[in-house]
Design a protein around this ligand. Structure first.
Ligand SMILES: *Cc1c(COP(=O)(O)O)cnc(C)c1O
Length: 358
């Protein structure tokens, strides 16, 4: 039998989530962020399910190439911008918009041969201090861009939030205010909101929203899953039990003997491990579903396998279904046990996992 480890991708959930985002942001256009292979769900698969998005956001030109090769002709925005002159002819050829976040890019545009103008999104730093030109320079840089014949006159002004997942926090209103004041008098559409801002900061919706995680049904808001916002998880990660063993009281289980059986008990072995992208460092007790019921993971996760406490599932058998995350077990909960966010878990699924869409 082939390895039973599968990531089921629910295309209806993706479409539902886009519709839910549109309901929350009726006056905005939606850029579906599909970087990192669609947050691990599969770039082309996600984009084909979301053809009604107004644009796609990618982090790499290679992803834009893949989208065009798949026949997708929506607007595409290269969120990290180009970083060498050779990227520019490719941007033109693929008709991809670029983010401008640094003066070094202006010099490259200046040196570009005349030709089809490139559409630019001018990214302002309003407090994140990662990518973006200082907000105070917005008008000057916008004027320099508009003076270049290789730049399309339609400019979009954008910024990115550092703490929009913290709904009561003052940092986001401060970033919104900084952005609005920096943009005053500059023509062009505005874009601020990532998923958390779509969900929690209506004042940031503006002309374009840029959700990623919310499309996949994943929340990064502490203690809240996508379902709490009416979103549906798009990924269900599943495998099966390939062994059920009775282990005696006092006996250890797995590498490093990290778990000792407190009584004679059934221990299940599921065909999934960190070689599939399941996080190795989750503690014993992390929930896993066997036959739809929660059981605790025990001992160390290994490359191909994990061990489960089946005391609550005494009748479980070889072949029984195991769910690692999905609609019945939020990825956010597993991520919290792993000390990370759901995005990292879905992005980390490896190539040996079979993807099934439906
Ligand atoms: C990744 C990214 C987003 C999407 O963030 P989510 O939290 O997944 O919604 C939006 N804007 C930019 C610039 C990004 O890099």
């Amino acid at each position: 039998m082939s390895r039973p480890t599968c990531a089921h991708i629910d295309l209806d959930a993706l479409r539902h989530n886009l519709a839910a985002i549109r309901l929350r942001t009726p006056a905005s256009r939606v850029m579906a962020v599909v970087k990192a292979d669609g947050y691990g769900h599969g770039l082309e698969r996600v984009a084909r399910a979301l053809t009604s998005a107004d644009a796609f956001g990618v982090a790499a030109l290679a992803d834009a190439q893949r989208l065009r090769a798949a026949g997708l002709n929506q607007r595409i925005v290269l969120l990290s911008g180009f970083d060498e002159p050779a990227d520019l002819p490719l941007l033109r050829h693929l008709a991809v918009d670029t983010v401008i976040h640094h003066p070094s890019q202006l010099a490259m545009l200046d040196a570009l041969d005349a030709g089809t103008p490139i559409r630019c999104w001018l990214k302002l730093d309003t407090g994140m201090h990662r990518l973006g030109i200082p907000a105070a320079d917005a008008a000057a840089v916008a004027a320099r861009l508009r003076a270049l014949s290789v730049v399309d006159p339609e400019l979009v002004l954008m910024t990115h939030f550092s703490r929009s997942d913290e709904f009561g926090e003052e940092a986001t209103p401060a970033q919104i205010a900084c952005f609005e004041s920096a943009c005053q008098g500059i023509a062009g559409a505005r874009s601020l909101a990532n998923s958390a801002a779509v969900l929690g900061w209506p004042a940031a919706h503006a002309d374009w929203v840029r959700p990623g995680g919310a499309l996949y049904g994943i929340s990064v808001v502490d203690g809240r899953s996508g379902a709490d916002f009416g979103l549906r998880p798009a990924m269900r990660l599943c495998t099966r039990l390939i062994a059920v063993n009775r282990i005696r009281a006092g006996e250890p289980v797995g590498y490093g003997a990290r778990f000792t059986c407190p009584e004679d008990m059934a221990v299940g072995v599921a065909a999934i491990g960190y070689g599939d992208g399941y996080p190795r460092h989750v503690p014993s007790g992390t929930p896993v579903l066997v036959n739809g019921q929660r059981v605790p993971l025990i001992g160390r996760v290994s490359m191909d396998l994990m061990t489960l406490d089946l005391r609550r599932q005494p009748d479980a058998q070889v072949g029984d279904p195991v769910q690692l995350w999905g609609p019945e077990l939020p990825v956010e909960e597993v991520a919290a046990a792993a000390g990370t966010i759901g995005y990292e878990l879905t992005c980390s699924i490896t190539r040996r996992v079979q993807f099934i869409e439906g």
